[in-house]
Design a protein around this ligand. Structure first.
Ligand SMILES: NC(=O)c1ccc[n+]([C@@H]2O[C@H](COP(=O)([O-])OP(=O)(O)OC[C@H]3O[C@@H](n4cnc5c(N)ncnc54)[C@H](O)[C@@H]3O)[C@@H](O)[C@H]2O)c1
Length: 265
């Protein structure tokens, strides 16, 4: 098998200041990529960039819901960091609510960050990576969907809808990229529950909504549904992203890869 070496490639990771994005950035850097952390959290993002293995990494402020911010971040990657070969559209938000209680403001927030943010990432990623772009070398885009796009789990109706949208965006964008000769593969992963800030918050919310007796029972309920018998870890998601970023996945295009221990099968 072709190795997972990413030497000479530049990766931009949205939401890279903490959680899964931080782990993905560390794994991409460990495999040789130059990594640009892109997040709304400036201090935390800078800190992660400074902590990465190897040289040449950096931070750029990015609000994924803002078009000008995307233009600035992708231009910075291509001009100041040597190109743009890998884009991980990881930034996301989850606001738990039963469908009968959902607040339109929260719906809009999730639509904006999870769908608009991913769509703008695809737009500016492709514009930069395609042959006439500032990067111009093609590459790989990995969108972060969720197991919530593949199963019905109570308490996350809007979040699940937005992650299903990420799945469709992935496939149509991969088709357009192929048809138009952009040289960019586009895939997504469906992570299972990982106890990051978001994952722990979700378990606590499930208990508050009365769906489980306690956050621990919510976690046990997820593990019970998972053939591998445990929660996901940050490194599980990071390794899948490295695979999809690398030449080892060169003929993998337009797919959604479950990284959920079998929960969504
Ligand atoms: N943790 C899980 O269990 C889990 C499971 C499935 C999918 N996911 C998905 O994985 C991704 C990362 O999740 P996480 O658990 O690390 O979450 P997290 O809340 O720990 O981190 C999210 C990151 O996104 C950033 N962010 C939020 N809004 C942004 C914006 N407008 N522009 C730029 N950055 C923004 C935050 O600052 C933060 O650094 C999300 O898309 C999430 O939906 C997580």
């Amino acid at each position: 098998m072709t190795d997972l070496d990413l030497t000479g490639r530049t990766a931009l990771v949205t939401g890279g200041a903490q959680g899964l994005g931080e782990g993905m950035a560390q794994a991409l850097a460990a495999n040789g990529a130059r990594v640009v952390i892109a997040d709304v959290q400036d201090d935390a993002g800078e800190k992660v960039a400074d902590s990465l293995k190897g040289d040449g990494h950096g931070f750029v402020h990015l609000d994924v819901t803002d078009e000008a911010s995307w233009e600035n971040a992708t231009t910075a990657a291509a001009s100041d960091f040597g190109g743009l070969d890998i884009l991980v559209n990881n930034a996301g938000v989850e606001i738990t609510s039963l469908i009968t209680e959902v607040d339109p403001k929260d719906i809009r927030t999730m639509l904006e960050v999870n769908i608009l943010g991913t769509a703008l990432g695809l737009k500016w990623g492709l514009r930069t990576m395609r042959p006439d772009g500032l990067g111009g070398k093609g590459g790989s885009i990995i969108n972060i969907s969720s197991v919530a796009a593949t199963i019905a789990f109570p308490g996350i109706p809007i979040y699940s809808a937005t992650k299903s949208a990420v799945d469709r965006l992935t496939r149509v964008a991969a088709m357009e990229s192929g048809k138009l000769g952009y040289g960019v593969r586009i895939n997504c992963i469906y992570p299972g529950l990982v106890p990051t800030a978001m994952g722990q918050g979700l378990a606590a919310d499930m208990a508050s909504l009365g769906l489980f007796g306690s956050p621990e029972e919510a976690v046990a309920g997820v593990v019970e549904l998972t053939p591998s018998g445990r929660l996901g870890e940050v490194s599980d998601m990071a390794d899948a992203v490295v695979f999809l970023a690398s030449d080892a996945s060169r003929f993998v295009n337009g797919v959604g890869l479950p990284v959920d221990g079998g929960m969504g099968m």
